[in-house]
Design a binder for this molecule. Structure first.
Ligand code: PML
Length: 233
């Protein structure tokens, strides 16, 4: 098995990235990733980095994806009330939720912020955040989501992140897209991946927050979020 990662930037600014874990067919994937980098809506890259690593089969964790439910909301107020109710059910209080919304609305982070239940931010670099890496979805899952109109390409990537994060013991994830026109966000918990329409307004920024227990081993969690290979079925 091989992990293949691509990241592209223009003048040092990140414009796109992709990754997968596959068994063979490296050239096809690399070609696809380069095509994706060159045709990205965010700009024309002057730097494309492709990383190919061999993985030990025994190190890969296979998990089922979280069940997906879409909740249609007519506006941001309704969407955020729904989000709050789901998070409250997980023992996350209103002050903490408020803090998390401020972080994602501020935007500008490449990765996720991590908040414990005391409201402390645990990511070592507050600008960069934590990037969840070494994940892949099966073709069957991609097909199921896209062909049945359950979600979009962004859903496919996000369900992989959310399923890994919850599997590693994160209580809940809150996410909105940093793509300005993409207003559907989600909350993930052990009960599922709840897509919530209108979780932000168009032109607003986005971000990710992971809520964790106060006694979490944060170094171990960050190491696994970034490095432990997962295939989400
Ligand atoms: C969904 O459509 O399921 C929500 C996906 C949010 C994606 C966030 C991102 O842009 O990475």
């Amino acid at each position: 098995m091989f992990s293949i990662k691509m990241r592209a930037s223009e003048n040092g600014k990140h414009i796109s990235g992709a990754e997968t874990i596959i068994n063979g067919n490296i050239e096809t994937v690399v070609n696809e990733f380069i095509k994706r980098a060159l045709s990205h809506e965010n700009g024309a890259p002057d730097f494309i980095n492709i990383k190919i690593e061999k993985l030990d089969k025994n190190d890969i964790t296979y998990i089922n994806h979280l069940p997906i439910k879409t909740i249609n909301c007519k506006n941001k107020e309704e969407a955020r009330k729904i989000a709050k109710d789901i998070l409250n059910k997980e023992g996350i209080n209103d002050d903490l939720i408020e803090k998390a919304f401020k972080i994602i609305d501020n935007g500008g982070m490449r990765g996720a912020s991590i908040l414990n239940l005391k409201g402390e931010r645990l990511e070592p670099d507050k600008k960069r955040g934590i990037r969840v890496k070494n994940i892949s979805t099966t073709d069957e899952l991609k097909e199921k989501i896209l062909k049945n109109n359950i979600g979009t390409d962004r859903t496919v990537d996000a369900i992989a992140i959310a399923s890994k994060v919850i599997n590693l013991g994160v209580i809940a994830e809150l996410c909105t897209s940093d793509n300005k026109s993409y207003t559907t966000g989600y909350i993930a918990t052990k009960d599922g991946y709840f897509r919530i329409t209108n979780l932000k307004k168009e032109i607003e920024k986005g971000g990710r927050v992971f809520f964790v227990k106060n006694n979490i081993d944060i170094d171990d969690l960050i190491y696994k979020l970034e490095n432990k290979p997962y295939i989400v079925k």
